[in-house]
Design a protein around this ligand. Structure first.
Ligand code: HPA
Length: 271
């Protein structure tokens, strides 16, 4: 893996010259508009980067974007990779490792998620302060490269406390309903049954989704401070569960997106 990482980083550096990103951003399903606020000098298709996995979802355009957001140099993944697409956990998290080796000091992640908490409603936001990993394996399974991080990384505070507090403050000032909660990661691509939504709530989840946790584990492994935020796109309340379609999820994500974009962009500029 180290050689593959080195080859990718070398190729990207050749393309971006002396541009050194300070912040990494991963944008979730239906949440790509933050990119419109970035002044973009370089953008590289995943498919042209050696060893980079290619995003298969039609609504993900699969580009690594380099530019300036409110004066901060950022690299954004437009198009995230999901386990349900068939990639290994190592493939999904490969770009996070690449971004770290390119120089980022902070990682910002967004996603669309289903609410499990009756007080957290569709269209509202949730800053993730902890998670439960129900995906089948850790991206750190296998040989550990100690120059990337420790064999047994600590996960007692996987989401940066300071950024969580700042994010909540920004939301309050802007009159945005933004909760703080626990994200449960499942494999997908199917959504949950009533019994599963009930179970996920009972074990301590506030929201459920199919992404984010692998990236957060790898970021923690490399000592990278993380901020993650969910847009709640549907309500997994078993007593009144309605069918959900991916079109609806994307539509709700798009409606709530400006609120999320505002929080991320202010947080990043205040770093
Ligand atoms: N479950 C799992 N993943 C999701 C959901 C959900 O209800 N909504 C958006 N992503």
């Amino acid at each position: 893996m180290l050689q593959a990482l080195e080859d990718s980083v070398k190729y990207i550096k050749h393309k971006i010259g002396d541009f050194t990103p300070e912040v990494g951003i991963v944008l979730g399903t239906g949440l790509g508009a933050l990119v419109n606020e970035i002044d973009i000098p370089h953008s590289i298709m995943y498919s042209s980067i050696p060893n980079f996995p290619i995003s298969t979802l039609e609504f993900h355009s699969g580009k690594l974007i380099f530019g300036t957001l409110n004066g901060k140099k950022v690299v954004a993944m437009q198009g995230r990779l999901h386990y349900y697409e068939g990639y290994s956990m190592q493939q999904i998290t490969f770009p996070i490792r690449v971004m770290k080796l390119l120089g980022i000091t902070h990682l910002f992640v967004s996603n669309a998620a289903g609410s499990l908490n009756p007080e957290f409603r569709k269209g509202e936001l949730m800053i993730i302060h902890d998670h439960i990993n129900l995906q089948p394996e850790s991206p750190l399974r296998g040989l550990n490269h100690t120059n990337l991080g420790p064999r047994f990384p600590d996960m007692s505070q996987p989401y940066n406390h300071d950024l969580i507090e700042k994010g909540l403050h920004i939301a309050r000032e802007a009159h945005i309903t933004c909760h703080k909660g626990v994200y449960v990661a499942v494999t997908g691509p199917n959504l949950e049954t009533k019994a599963e939504y009930k179970y996920l709530r009972v074990i301590g989840g506030d929201a459920v989704g199919m992404s984010t946790v692998p990236e957060i584990i790898v970021a923690n492994h490399m000592g990278l401070p993380v901020f993650a935020i969910s847009v709640l796109t549907d309500e997994g309340f078993p007593a009144d569960l309605k069918p959900v379609s991916v079109e609806e999820i994307i539509e709700t994500a798009a409606k709530a997106e400006p609120k999320m974009t505002l929080i991320l962009s202010k947080l990043i500029s205040g770093l």
